[in-house]
Write a protein that binds this ligand. Structure first.
Ligand code: ADP
Length: 475
């Protein structure tokens, strides 16, 4: 752990193992925080806050910029640790490191643009001034699927705003977090400003984050279930929260779209990180008369994807995070097949050597998927593509909106008016129009409905860590 500028073991000496999901091997063993460690980290962040928040924005920006430069130099090393610990193919890991580094650079710039306002008053003797100030100590909880970029997406704006932070990364990926903290250490970010607490059981850390009055803001990325639980507890103390939760993205193909082009896009985004992404399409809507062409092209591309250890060249499908993830996928596929879905390809675990000790599931295509199936409602977080046929009389936007989630949606059409109509009517925070990568450090990322609260990245991202203070001056 990294507490108050020093690397530490847990005070009670406890540790937990980290596995490589491609081989099942133990690759490291890391500190397992106890309550004393969590308190020490929060106290360190509290003590560092007055100093860090009083630096000029230019000084804080410089630290972030330095961290960005070091991160770019270490891109390859970081990517390798990520592939080993999280499983995604090395090419994808490199992309993630770049995306993660982008947040450091973007918020190094935004730090200098935290503008207040002056507001005209109706009274001649009065002036209004609005000041933006850092909210205080931040508790951050990050997931395992994007184990580097989810850290910078939270820490960079928090630090830019003048907040200090305690981070708890996912128990499956503490090594990536440790690598990031080595970078922050090398950038000489002052002691106590950022603290890392690794823990096998996330609950005690989460409970402390939501109940300790020192923590003024909780930023969480993970499941909707845990997000709701944390939000309800944080409400008892009126803490500011941002939550980036689950998704169930629709991918809508209109009848004027090129089925080949659409299938190409759908495969790329569906199997990103082996489907373990909150913006992964979970319902692919295709006009009934185009389903055969689309499915054929889609399946051809799926069958060409090689599964394996992400370190090996040419691998496109890495392992799932663990046995529970496999069980969830198996259950959804079984349920769909029992209710009349057609299995086009995949549908099994991959257990032939050398994959037998990893958590691999074949990239899978299901057609004839209908509303009554689990997969139509429940986030899959795995490599299964459900294709749903729709008819001309169906309102496909309404079908797409028929979910409790509201994170990402994709639309393929050549018609500008259809594109605009879909963009306006879809109840999702991120819409890709003929585009499968509508993400960037410069663009606001986040969801509506049960996909969360708040936005990360962009100029919105820093606002999540700021309080608005109004001054009314009588002169
Ligand atoms: P997933 O199902 O994707 O693993 P989780 O919501 O369980 O999603 O995990 C996302 C992050 O939330 C991880 O860092 C995990 O350790 C953390 N987490 C899980 N349960 C809790 C909890 N009760 N309190 C705080 N953090 C939690």
């Amino acid at each position: 752990m990294f507490i108050n500028g020093k690397w530490k073991e847990a005070q009670n000496g406890a540790k937990f193992d980290v596995l490589n999901p491609a081989t099942g091997e133990v690759i490291s063993s890391v500190a397992d925080a106890g309550s004393q460690d969590i308190s020490a980290a929060i106290e360190a962040a509290d003590k560092a806050f007055p100093v860090w928040s009083s630096l000029t924005a230019y000084q804080r920006s410089h630290y972030l910029y330095t961290a960005w430069k070091i991160m770019m130099d270490k891109k390859e090393d970081l990517a390798r640790v990520m592939t080993m610990e999280q499983g995604k193919p090395l090419v994808a890991a490199r992309n993630e490191v770049q995306y993660g580094a982008d947040f450091l650079l973007w918020f190094a710039e935004e730090a200098k643009r935290v503008y207040g306002q002056t507001i005209p008053s109706a009274r001649p003797d009065q002036r209004f001034i609005v000041l933006k100030q850092p909210i205080g100590v931040v508790g951050a909880v990050t997931p395992w699927n994007y184990p580097v970029s989810m850290i910078t997406r939270k820490l960079a704006p928090a630090l830019a705003a003048g907040c200090t932070v305690v981070l708890k990364p996912a128990e499956a990926t503490p090594l990536c977090a440790m690598e990031m903290f080595k970078i922050f250490e090398e950038a000489q970010i002052p002691a106590g400003v950022i603290n890392l607490v690794t823990a096998f059981d996330p609950k005690p850390v989460g409970d402390e984050f939501v109940s300790n009055p020192i923590i003024r803001k909780l930023t969480f990325t993970g499941s909707t279930k845990v997000g709701k639980m944390l939000a309800s507890k944080a409400a008892q103390h009126m803490k500011k929260i941002s939550l980036e939760l689950g998704g169930h993205a629709p991918f809508i193909v209109y009848d004027d779209a090129d089925p080949i082009h659409a299938a190409k896009g759908a495969v790329l985004v569906k199997f990103l990180n082996t489907g373990q992404a909150c913006i992964s399409p979970n319902r692919i809507f295709v006009p009934r008369h185009m389903v055969d062409d689309f499915t054929q092209e889609f399946t051809k591309r799926v069958n060409a994807m090689k599964a394996g250890n992400g370190m090996d060249k040419g691998v496109r499908i890495g392992p799932l995070v663990g046995p529970d993830a496999i069980a969830k996928v198996e259950n959804q596929v079984k349920d769909a097949l029992e209710k009349g879905a057609q299995l086009i390809t995949g549908g099994t675990r991959l257990t032939d050597s050398p994959l037998e000790n990893g958590f691999f599931y074949a990239p899978t295509v299901l057609s004839n998927v209908t509303k009554d199936m689990l997969i139509f409602r429940e986030e899959t977080f795995g490599p299964v593509a459900p294709i749903i046929a729709y008819d001309p009389e169906d309102d496909v936007i309404e079908m797409a909106n028929d979910t409790v989630y509201g994170l990402a949606a994709y639309v393929y059409t050549k018609s500008t008016s259809r594109a605009m109509n879909a963009f306006e009517r879809l109840k999702f925070g991120i819409i890709g129009i003929n585009d499968i990568n509508p993400t960037s450090a410069a663009a606001p990322f986040g969801g509506m409905k049960e996909s969360g609260i708040g936005r990360e990245g962009a100029k919105e991202g820093i606002n999540e860590y700021l309080e608005t203070k109004l001054g009314g001056f009588s002169i």
